[in-house]
Write a protein that binds this ligand. Structure first.
Ligand code: PLP
Length: 462
């Protein structure tokens, strides 16, 4: 299995190097050169299997000879052992034909744990074998950073730095990043928004001298290993509502397009997915684009679903790559135009995108109302991101096709917004009850590449 860059000018890599690299050296994103498929019988045989077993069967073809079966199974088992639910990704019914996939039972209470916990184990295994150390730098709108710090804290062969937008994440998100005491993890509060953090991260990856000097590795949602880990729960959930014998649709609260793109990969692998519905908050650039209005950046407006407050949706590049028939020159051109504000999607590419994806948005008021009505009708307390999904899913239901909406975070991660909408203050699970008492450790940094590089160089273990 080989991996190629969406911009066509970086070397082909194995799974191991793709995972350890993150962003391709031509600025593109790695994708598998071809997508392996599973037969109907393979998929049917997943029914009743454990999450870990399904994970092994779905991901194994992508890993090549990077890990032996035993190594890979060991990584999967360790990754999910700390989850607070034996099903890992339980499905609950909201309504006739509408299901909620709870992806928030991991250690930091958001779906990012599914990928990050696994990546932590895979990095540890590969780096130990190679006798190497790497510096992981991530940018976060809140949940990636806490998941990364949780997955890598205390590991011997990595230093982790996480850039988050100062003052724009929830207190629980911040505390999950600033309270771990291990010396290999560093939270950096950047004076800027999430797009600034993500832009500085890309600058660091494009600065080859720095990149090589600190052995930079990325675990943002552009990392192929993360997308891959997220493919698994599309299979596990679809099979439990009747796939492959019937079609299933999914609605996904979307920001960086990583989670929904994993659904597209599941579909390409043979899972009978009817519609993939992209749900956005008031930062609706993806909804507008998928409705044919081009991709044109505006200002990010802070919302009660901050993990989706975004203008530059990195993984959308992977979707464009396939929509443009894997034409890397066309993709590189679009990404150049994006630097100057945006681009229009060709008619052919737009038709291909619309074959797979639908989209919708939820306003702040609609999000709050959905939290309140869902609680009233079902007793399920939604986080604001999941509520955006449930609202948009409601607009895209087709009779006879089950709809699965992804619940991307636990309500306790966003207690203020949830309290305002529902009147209920969602309690943290017992294992993190003392989060508000733990001491915080964070460095405030300017939105400046040189300052960030200096800080990182000065704080890595030699
Ligand atoms: C990251 C995140 C999202 C968006 O996921 P993408 O893969 O970036 O589209 C949605 N909800 C929550 C809670 C998240 O943490």
């Amino acid at each position: 299995m080989k991996y190629i860059s969406t911009r066509g000018k970086a070397p082909e890599l194995t799974f191991e190097d793709t995972m350890l690299t993150g962003l391709a050296r031509d600025g593109g994103l790695y994708v598998p050169s071809e997508i392996p498929t599973l037969s109907q019988a393979d998929i049917a045989a997943m029914e009743g299997q454990s999450y870990e077993e399904i994970a092994f069967r779905v991901m194994r073809p992508f890993v090549g000879d990077t890990f032996s079966d035993a190594e890979f199974r060991g990584c999967i088992d360790r990754a999910y052992a700390g989850f607070g639910h034996t099903a890992r990704a339980p499905l609950v019914q909201l309504d006739q034909g509408h299901f909620l996939l709870e992806l928030f039972h991991g250690p930091t209470l958001a779906f990012k744990d599914f990928a990050m916990q696994l990546i932590g184990q895979l990095f540890q295994t590969a780096l130990t074998r190679r006798g190497e150390r790497v510096t992981i730098v991530g940018a976060t709108s809140g949940d990636t950073g806490s998941a990364a710090i949780e997955a890598f804290r205390g590991l011997d062969n990595v230093d982790v730095f996480v850039l988050y937008p100062h003052g724009r994440i929830s207190e629980v998100q911040r505390r999950q990043m600033t309270t771990p005491t291990e010396s290999n993890v560093h939270a950096l509060a950047v004076d800027g928004d999430f797009d600034d953090c993500q832009a500085r991260l890309k600058d660091m990856f494009n600065d080859f001298e720095f990149r090589d000097a600190v052995k930079l590795a990325g675990v943002n949602s552009i990392n192929w290993g993360r997308v891959l880990a997220q493919v698994v729960y599309y299979f596990s959930s679809a099979v439990s509502v009747g796939a492959p014998h019937r079609k299933v649709s999914f609605t996904v609260p979307t920001g960086n397009f990583g989670d929904i793109f994993a659904g597209y990969i599941a579909k390409r692998m043979g899972l009978p997915i009817d519609r993939l519905v992209v749900a956005t908050n008031q930062n609706d650039i993806l909804d507008r684009c998928l409705k044919g209005q081009g991709y044109h950046k505006g200002d990010t407006v802070p919302s009660i679903s901050p993990s989706m407050d975004i203008q530059v949706s990195s993984n959308f590049e992977r979707a464009l790559f396939d929509a443009y028939g894997r034409d890397s020159t066309a993709v590189a051109q679009l990404m150049d135009e994006l630097k100057d504000g945006g681009f229009d999607v060709s008619q052919g590419a737009m038709e291909t995108l619309q074959e797979h994806y639908d989209s919708g948005r939820a306003s702040e008021a609609e999000t709050e109302a959905t939290i309140a009505t869902t609680l009233k009708n079902t007793t399920e307390l939604l986080c604001p991101h999941s509520a955006v999904g449930v609202k948009v899913a409601g607009d895209h239901r087709i009779t006879g096709t089950p709809m699965i909406t992804l619940a991307t975070a636990h309500p306790a991660k966003f207690p203020d917004a949830v309290k305002k909408a529902s009147g209920i203050h969602p309690p943290l699970p017992p294992r993190m009850e003392d989060l508000y008492e733990r001491a915080e450790r964070v460095t405030r940094v300017a939105n400046d590449l040189a300052a960030l590089k200096d800080h990182i160089k000065g704080h890595i273990a030699q």
